[in-house]
Design a protein around this ligand. Structure first.
Ligand code: FES
Length: 100
């Protein structure tokens, strides 16, 4: 469905929901996920509907994922890095009670 319009300069490997994918080193996490055919990156907080990156410029917050254990990262604003571990989110992020 999605593919780069340029030949990738070099590739990185990231883990997405336990599956290894390759992405262009210059891609955002959202572009890498879309390029790998992953169109739903999270589930909505209220109804659990699948949500996908929409604006790709940091405005809509539809692309929230967990990156290297940090929840609610905007996938469109974070460049991929070799070895990155990405997880789709289901519902709201967890909150630490009594945490900072
Ligand atoms: S796709 Fe809209 S904020 Fe990331």
């Amino acid at each position: 469905m999605f593919r780069s319009i340029e030949s990738p300069k070099s590739r990185v490997r990231v883990i997405v929901d336990g599956r290894e994918i390759e992405a262009d080193v210059a891609a955002s996490v959202a572009a890498a996920l879309l390029g790998a055919g992953m169109t739903a990156v999270r589930r909505s907080v209220v109804g659990g509907e699948p949500r996908a990156p929409y604006c790709l410029m940091g405005i809509c917050f539809e692309c929230l994922v967990t990156i290297d254990g940090v929840q609610n990262r905007q996938a469109c604003m974070v460049p991929v890095r070799d070895g990155m571990v990405i997880s789709s989110q289901r519902g709201a992020r967890t909150m630490e009670v009594g945490g900072q």
